[in-house]
Design a protein around this ligand. Structure first.
Ligand SMILES: [Zn+2]
Length: 174
């Protein structure tokens, strides 16, 4: 009887842990871009935006995460920097079928980024690199003590690149 009770309590603890973890944090989304080469429609902004946006693609491409983001004028995957009313720094609207991303549209919210950035270039990279992560399986705010570009608590004025935790997670999917 005592043993049975202990097992029930243990089981309940495990269920609560799994349930609450899944509710607000996930290492992986249930979908990702099917190819390791990911096209993005070519974009053109003034240097204040263009330079950190280009650097964001390079930050992934040079991370040895097995993925390459490449600009392509015919791509339906888009990136837009503009003033948006919502409170997020960035959003990635992903369209997917089963586990495969078919299209994505990233927005960078100039209004929110400008308000909170002390290092504008780094802040843009931190947001863009994070949003690109959502196209290659990475979920928001993973439960880990490791450093991660996907964490809400990261310092966006200093963290511009995918971290070892992020790189390993992406490599495992490609
Ligand atoms: Zn996110």
């Amino acid at each position: 009887m005592k043993r049975k009770l202990s097992f029930s309590v243990l089981l309940m603890g495990v269920l609560i842990l799994v349930g609450s973890t899944a509710a607000y944090a996930a290492t992986y989304l249930t979908y990702g871009y099917p190819s390791s080469t990911i096209p993005i429609k070519s974009y053109s902004y003034n240097d204040t935006w263009q330079v950190p946006m280009d650097a964001s693609l390079s930050n992934w491409n040079n991370a040895n995460a097995k993925v390459t983001f490449s600009k392509n004028s015919n791509s339906t995957n888009t990136i837009t920097a503009a003033q948006f009313d919502y409170e997020d720094y960035g959003v990635n609207y992903v369209t997917y079928s089963g586990s495969e991303v078919t299209k994505f549209r990233i927005e960078l919210n100039a209004r929110k980024i400008s308000a909170d950035a002390t290092d504008f270039s780094k802040f843009v990279q931190s947001v863009f690199v994070h949003e690109l992560g959502h196209s290659i399986w990475l979920g928001d705010n993973p439960s880990t003590t490791s450093s991660s570009i996907m964490k809400y608590s990261r310092d966006r004025n200093t963290m511009t690149k995918p971290q070892t935790f992020d790189i390993n997670n992406v490599k495992a999917k490609y």
